[in-house]
Design a protein around this ligand. Structure first.
Ligand SMILES: Nc1ncnc2c1ncn2[C@@H]1O[C@H](COP(=O)(O)OP(=O)(O)OP(=O)(O)O)[C@@H](O)[C@H]1O
Length: 213
C-alpha cells in the first residue's frame, strides 16, 4: 500500500458553517504533513473530521478503518489511574499489550506509579502522547501536540515521531511551532478557506457535529 490516508475534494464544517473546502492530499508511509494556518481557520475541524468525530460535508476520506489515531486538545486521561494503568487501559482498547516502550519513549518511568490527576500539565501531555504508541495505529492525527511541553519534551516527542515515521507510520500535525522535523511537508491551509458566501450548507443542522464530540 503506497497511501495510508487520502482526501479528495474534502470540505469540513464547524457549527454548521464550512471552514475549509477543496482539500486534496495524501499521506504515504514515512511521511509527515504539517498543517499551517491562522487561528480559527479550521485545522482542528479538519483533524476531527478525519478522526471520524464528525462527518465531512463534501468529498471523500480514504483510510483503512483501523488506521487512524487522534490526539486532540483534551488528553482524555483517567485521573484516578496511574500512568502505567492509563497506558495499559488504552493498549487494551486498541488490542495491544506492551506499554513499556511507550513509557520509555516519553520519559515516563519516574512517573509510572503516579495517578494522572497528580501530574503537571506537561506531564499529562507526555502521557497523552505516549498513548499514541500503544494504539499500534499507523496514522497519527495530532492537534497541537506540543502544548504545555518544555523544550526537552518537544525534542523527545520529535524523536518519537521520527521513530514512528521510520517504522512506516505517518502523521498529520496541526502546530504553530517548529517541531524540528525538517523532513516534514508543509500544507498551507489558507488557500482552502471556505467561501463564506456559499449557502449550500444552510440545510445542515448547526452544531450537528457536536453530537459526536
Ligand atoms: N463548538 C463550536 N461551534 C461552532 N463553531 C466553532 C466551534 N468551535 C470552533 N468553532 C469555529 O470554527 C472555526 C474553526 O475552528 P478550528 O478550531 O477548527 O480552528 P483552528 O484552525 O484549529 O484554530 P486554532 O489555530 O486557533 O486552534 C473557527 O472560526 C471557530 O470559531
Amino acid at each position: 500500500m503506497t497511501t495510508l490516508l487520502a482526501v479528495h475534494e474534502l470540505a469540513v464544517a464547524r457549527g454548521g458553517l464550512r471552514t475549509l473546502e477543496g482539500l486534496d492530499f495524501a499521506l504515504a508511509p514515512g511521511e509527515a504533513l504539517i498543517l499551517r494556518g491562522p487561528n480559527g481557520l479550521g485545522k482542528t475541524t479538519l483533524l476531527r473530521t478525519l478522526a471520524g468525530l464528525q462527518p465531512p460535508v463534501a468529498g471523500r476520506i480514504e483510510a483503512a478503518p483501523d488506521a487512524l489515531a487522534y490526539a486532540g486538545h483534551a488528553d482524555g486521561l483517567k485521573s484516578a489511574l496511574t500512568v502505567t494503568e492509563n497506558l495499559r487501559f488504552w493498549a487494551e482498547v486498541f488490542g495491544q499489550s506492551d506499554v513499556a516502550a511507550a513509557i520509555e519513549a516519553m520519559n515516563l518511568r519516574p512517573l509510572a506509579a503516579r495517578p494522572a490527576h497528580m501530574l503537571s500539565a506537561g506531564q499529562k501531555r507526555r502521557l497523552g502522547l505516549a498513548r499514541l504508541l500503544v494504539t499500534g495505529r499507523p496514522v497519527w492525527l495530532l492537534d497541537e501536540p506540543t502544548v504545555s511541553l518544555d523544550t526537552a519534551s518537544v525534542a523527545l516527542f520529535a524523536e518519537v515521531l521520527r521513530g514512528h515515521l521510520a517504522r512506516g507510520g505517518a502523521a498529520l500535525i496541526a502546530t504553530h511551532i517548529d517541531l524540528g522535523l525538517p523532513e516534514a511537508r508543509l500544507l498551507d491551509l489558507a488557500p482552502f478557506r471556505a467561501d463564506p458566501s456559499r449557502k449550500s450548507d444552510a440545510d445542515r443542522p448547526a452544531g450537528f457535529n457536536e453530537a459526536f464530540a
